[in-house]
Design a protein around this ligand. Structure first.
Ligand SMILES: NC(=O)c1ccc[n+]([C@@H]2O[C@H](COP(=O)([O-])OP(=O)(O)OC[C@H]3O[C@@H](n4cnc5c(N)ncnc54)[C@H](O)[C@@H]3O)[C@@H](O)[C@H]2O)c1
Length: 167
């Protein structure tokens, strides 16, 4: 028996990299994993790899996140852990990066978290398990000179996470 036995984890961007590795790690510790990703094939693959479920979720779409919450509830009856892992980056000086690209990054990295908060925080609060379990991945490179766009959003996400922790 581990502390995560029977816990239910939803991971965004779980189809590769850190999200996929975390899906495996949580499953090895006994958690049920809902692996989501904008790439459906990757999401389904990771869901199957870890003995959980996979679902295509684009974090720019509120309805997709609602579907992930509903799938977790239908399948496992609760949600204990939300890993807001999706992050995309563009490298360059602020003035060289097209406005549309800024908009895209903000919609994914920042508004993706805002949407996830709307979908999952009321549930986690109602379940009484909010503390320590709403996870946000951000970067230690938040002030890196050559990744300013990505960095600016990451710094903001760090602030938002601190506020959530305080609450
Ligand atoms: N890899 C690193 O060195 C590093 C360092 C610091 C922070 N991070 C952060 O960790 C997180 C994961 O990094 P990674 O290297 O594993 O990334 P990755 O690119 O390997 O995985 C990101 C996943 O997100 C998915 N994705 C992209 N857009 C999406 C969207 N709109 N909706 C849903 N899914 C979407 C992709 O399909 C991909 O599977 C990111 O937030 C990144 O900023 C990574």
């Amino acid at each position: 028996m581990t502390p995560l036995d029977g816990a239910v984890a939803v991971i965004t961007g779980g189809g590769s990299g850190i999200g996929r590795a975390t899906a495996h790690s949580l499953a090895q510790r006994g958690a049920h994993v809902v692996a989501t990703d904008i790439d459906e094939a990757r999401a389904l693959t990771v869901g199957a790899e870890v003995g959980g479920v996979g679902l295509r979720v684009d974090v720019t779409q509120l309805a997709d996140l609602e579907q992930a919450r509903d799938l977790a509830l239908d399948r496992y009856g609760r949600v204990d852990i939300v890993m807001n892992n999706v992050g995309v980056l563009a490298v360059g000086l602020p003035e060289d990066i097209p406005l549309e690209e800024w908009q895209r990054i903000i919609d994914i990295n920042l508004m993706g978290l805002v949407r996830s908060n709307h979908v999952f925080l009321p549930l986690l609060t109602a379940q009484g398990i909010l503390e320590d379990r709403f996870l946000l991945l951000t970067s230690n490179d938040a002030r890196a000179e050559l990744a300013r766009k990505y960095a600016d959003v990451d710094a903001y996400l760090g602030e938002m996470t601190s506020e959530l922790e305080n609450e």
